[in-house]
Design a protein around this ligand. Structure first.
Ligand SMILES: Cc1cc2nc3c(=O)[nH]c(=O)nc-3n(C[C@H](O)[C@H](O)[C@H](O)COP(=O)(O)OP(=O)(O)OC[C@H]3O[C@@H](n4cnc5c(N)ncnc54)[C@H](O)[C@@H]3O)c2cc1C
Length: 440
């Protein structure tokens, strides 16, 4: 059996090391703390929660709750730690972050199959004798990031995300929004939300005055990267957007037969066309402000946001180009990626992909075939998205119901959103149960 090397002792790396070790693999886990800290990490323990102490909803009828339930079925170390560290937080699962990190650190230290090396790894391990899981997170050290860049090509490694909101396709008002290609060239791939002059200037005003998140000190340079937040662009002049991302030319509104004063375009996000992103609307507005301001857009008054916009310092790779649904590199199946660096977003999403990478690292070390969870499961939907999304417009994603195959309509009646979600969640749990029972 080959050895397994896990790089990064964060949420994904700890799960990966644990899962591989529990399957008999000899694991070496590299963690650069406390010798070296990223800009956000402050504590020496493993599995540090760098910001919020909430792992989001614990209700299995919600997407984050569903993913957690699946993680428990897969024997998640972090879910055990969360149970031991939980603090009262209503329907959310929030933890005492010190107790959480101590629990994970002690479990990993006590595992005879895991050796921890508290040092920065600057190069990806080479050679026949090891399977490597890269889980160095959104703030991967510079030298290791360079090594990843050499492995996959600089163009496929990103250091910032600039995320535009994603809307549930079912919640778009097609009495106003219309499908059309600019100048009628090509297919009607875009959904267009037209604005008259008065609505446009009101919208610009709302954007400029909306409350924004503060930029962290290590994120300043983001504005030099050519990914301008929509509210900053709006602040440059009241007509800037109508000549930029909201330009209406070549888009005739079928209701009036004319071009509107401005148009907001939505582009299909996933293959099943259940999610659409608002093109060019990366933003630093707070979440409540995004909901308020973006619902001013004609056609999006009742929009359900599956993901809201954000802009962060974030190291991640173009996973659809490089990874298969087992989280192995297509070109180098002895190298797996896990956590935020794959383009998943969030604590539990990172940990969940760590579980899959750990299971597969052990399989690959034993010379067995790696697996991928059923697409009906939350984890399967998440992994499918990051490994199968549109290569050109790939952006990080957190767990949401839009990633799961649509629920069949009930005969003879329209189902409520809550019913659809409850049904999708039940279907996912059953699929995960069956997968676990079959031994993957
Ligand atoms: C500032 C900030 C705030 C965030 N807040 C939240 C939040 O509130 N809620 C949420 O759900 N998500 C949040 N995230 C997003 C993300 O979910 C977390 O960052 C999560 O910890 C990612 O898990 P990970 O295992 O991929 O990376 P990490 O948990 O960051 O783990 C990576 C580990 O690798 C180590 N490492 C890096 N390079 C090397 C190297 N070369 N050699 C050895 N070790 C190395 C690091 O020290 C770190 O311990 C935040 C991200 C950032 C950057």
């Amino acid at each position: 059996m080959k050895k397994v090397t896990v790089v990064g002792g964060g949420l994904a790396g700890c799960e990966a090391a644990w899962q591989a070790a529990m399957r008999g693999a000899k694991v070496t886990l590299y963690e650069m703390k406390p010798k070296k800290y990223s800009e956000a990490h402050k504590e020496s323990g493993l599995a540090e929660l760098v910001c919020s102490n909430s792992l989001r909803s614990n209700d299995p009828g919600t997407a984050p709750g569903l993913l957690k339930e699946e993680m428990r079925m897969l024997g998640s170390l972090l879910m055990d730690a969360a149970e031991a560290a939980k603090v009262p937080a209503g329907s959310a699962l929030a933890v005492d972050r010190e107790v959480f990190s101590d629990y994970v650190t002690s479990a990993i230290e006590a595992n005879d199959n895991i050796t921890i090396i508290r040092d920065e790894l600057t190069d990806i391990p080479a050679g026949e004798g090891t399977v490597t899981v890269i889980a160095t997170g959104p703030l991967t050290s510079d030298s290791f990031a360079q090594s990843i860049g050499r492995l996959i090509g600089e163009d496929y490694l990103y250091f910032y995300d600039a995320i535009a909101p994603i809307v549930d396709a079912d919640s778009i008002g097609f009495d106003i929004a219309f499908r059309a290609a600019r100048y009628g060239k090509g297919d009607d791939d875009y959904i267009n939300c037209p604005m008259d002059e008065e609505t446009y200037y009101g919208f610009v005003e709302a954007l400029v005055n909306a409350e924004q998140l503060k930029t962290k000190h290590f994120e300043k340079e983001i504005f030099f990267e050519g990914c301008m937040p929509i509210e900053v662009m709006a602040g440059r002049g009241k007509d800037t957007l109508s000549f930029g991302p909201m330009k209406p030319v070549g888009l005739e509104d079928p209701r009036t037969g004319k071009c509107a004063f401005a148009v907001i375009q939505l582009r299909q996000e996933n293959k099943s066309a259940s999610m659409y992103n608002i093109v060019g609307f990366q933003t630093r507005m707070t979440y409540p402000e995004q909901r308020r301001v973006f619902r001013m857009i004609p056609g999006l008054e009742n929009a359900e946001f599956l993901r809201l916009g954000s802009m962060h310092r974030n190291t991640y790779i173009n996973s659809p180009t490089h990874l298969s649904a087992t989280l192995q590199m297509k070109e180098r199946p002895d190298i797996l990626f896990a956590g935020q660096i794959t383009g998943v977003e969030g604590y539990i999403e990172s940990a969940a992909t760590g579980i899959l990478a750990g299971i597969n690292a052990a399989k690959v070390a034993e010379g067995r075939t790696a697996v991928s969870p059923p697409e009906l499961t939350g984890l399967g939907g998440l992994v499918k998205h990051v490994t199968d999304a549109d290569v050109k417009h790939f952006q990080p994603m957190h767990i949401n119901f839009g990633l799961l195959p649509p629920v069949e309509r009930m005969k003879g009646r329209r189902m409520k959103k809550s019913e659809k979600r409850a049904m999708a969640a039940r279907r996912s749990i059953e699929a995960m149960k069956a997968w676990v029972k079959a031994g993957f």
